[in-house]
Write a protein that binds this ligand. Structure first.
Ligand SMILES: NC(=O)c1ccc[n+]([C@@H]2O[C@H](COP(=O)([O-])OP(=O)(O)OC[C@H]3O[C@@H](n4cnc5c(N)ncnc54)[C@H](O)[C@@H]3O)[C@@H](O)[C@H]2O)c1
Length: 381
């Protein structure tokens, strides 16, 4: 039984995800003495923080136990660290990942892995050919609400699945009266912005695994707020969509619907809700809670609903209880990847899965432009 140190480069360490998720979870694993492997060894992550701003990166490193840091990605990649995490802004990610593959690093990156499916598959093939381990962050099904929805689905509760609806989004301020809650690069196509590219990366794996694989997509997109104010107070023109709608066909005949917007004021339990309807039951989940209604619990809700107060549609739903301790989703992503690298454990979200997510966005963009249904082809290495 030995302690094995494994160097992890975090590129984009000073960003929101870099600091609050990737650095924080890896430091937590290290603080607990490392990740225990099946043979009793412990894998201890050692971080190399990479940021563009020396002042902010050095301050972050100092504030978290004097971690190693640099402003030069080249310098970090030339070092002995084995894993490369890219959680910098989405734009230009493929170039950074190619550099890391060329340097022989294992690749574990944020979604979306690339701006187009072709580039995303190129990265997957490059990583495969180089013999490095590769993965993408797919965290949402580790959130307690969606994890419960997944186990409800796997239990066969729904019978034949008829439909899956994703209703997600919230109001993102334009920066004039109140600060915008999202970095301005999200609204610039050239920097990797766009809601479909951002969020289809989640909807693809969620719908594929919660209901059935997506076979066709038809999308409509728009930019609700065309002008915004950036971090320095400067007004700019938005050239990426902030709202998208998609209709989906799923294997087996179910239908999917995605309503996703950064220009909506939600009046429901959560900003991200997925409902699945099946012949034997339905379930609706947000990030934290999941409710089911079985066929036997289904109230008459058609005739009674025609008069005020005739039916309480919120009654007759049962909350799925917590059956296990809820653990940080990003921590779970990291543990799976570290085990994949450290002990060859089976691993699902490879860069091919990452490319599938980008593929849905890619096809949605084409569908919106060409105003037609797009078939989702199988992706092969
Ligand atoms: N898995 C998830 O649920 C989830 C959630 C949010 C964001 N993300 C992804 O994480 C990534 C970062 O998002 P964020 O919200 O942390 O953004 P952010 O703007 O807070 O952080 C991005 C970081 O990248 C740096 N950066 C910007 N442009 C750069 C460039 N050209 N080269 C190198 N560094 C650059 C910024 O200085 C910042 O430190 C994005 O790819 C995003 O899609 C994933």
């Amino acid at each position: 039984m030995s302690d094995i140190r494994i160097g992890v480069i975090i590129n984009g360490a000073t960003g929101r995800m870099g600091t609050t998720q990737h650095m924080a979870n890896l430091l937590a694993i290290a603080a607990e003495g490392g990740l225990p492997l099946a043979n009793g060894d412990r894998l201890i992550p050692e971080l190399m923080l990479v940021g563009r701003d020396a002042g902010r990166t050095s301050a972050l490193a100092a504030a978290h136990g004097n971690q190693r840091w640099t402003t030069s990605l080249e310098e970090a990649l030339a070092g002995p660290d084995q894993i490369f995490m890219d959680c910098a802004a989405t734009g230009d990610r493929p170039r950074r990942v190619r550099q890391a593959i060329a340097a022989g690093k294992h690749i574990h990156i944020e979604k979306p892995t690339a701006p187009t499916v072709d580039e995303a598959m190129d990265l997957a093939r490059l990583a495969e050919r180089a013999g490095v381990r590769h993965g993408v962050i797919q965290d949402k099904l580790f959130l307690p609400g969606f994890a419960k929805l997944l186990s409800v689905s796997r239990s066969g509760f729904f019978g034949r699945i008829l439909s899956v609806k994703v209703d997600a989004g919230s109001w993102i301020f334009d920066g004039t009266e109140q600060d915008c809650q999202r970095p301005s690069w999200n609204y610039r196509k050239s920097e990797g912005g766009g809601l479909a590219l951002d969020m289809m990366a989640h909807w693809r794996y969620m719908i594929d695994r919660l209901a059935a694989p997506i076979t066709d997509v038809c999308a409509l997109m728009n930019t609700a707020i065309p002008e915004r104010v950036d971090e320095s107070g400067k007004r700019y023109t938005v050239d990426a969509e902030d709202t998208n709608y998609a209709l989906l066909k799923l294997q087996g005949g179910a239908v999917g619907m995605i309503t996703n917007s950064w220009a909506t004021r939600p009046r429901r339990d959560d900003t991200m809700v997925v409902q699945i309807d099946g012949t034997q039951g339905s379930a609706a989940a947000g990030r934290f809670r999941c409710f089911t209604q079985s066929a036997a619990d289904t109230p008459e809700g058609f005739i009674a609903a025609a008069r005020p107060g005739g039916v309480d549609l919120m009654a007759h739903w049962k909350e799925v209880p917590d059956s296990q301790e809820s653990r940080n989703p990003f921590r779970q992503c990291w543990e799976a990847f570290l085990r994949h690298v450290g002990e060859d454990a089976p691993y699902l979200p490879t860069l091919v899965e990452g490319a599938k997510a980008v593929q849905l966005a890619d096809l949605a963009y084409r569908s919106a432009t060409e105003q037609r249904w797009m078939t989702v082809p199988e992706l092969k290495l």
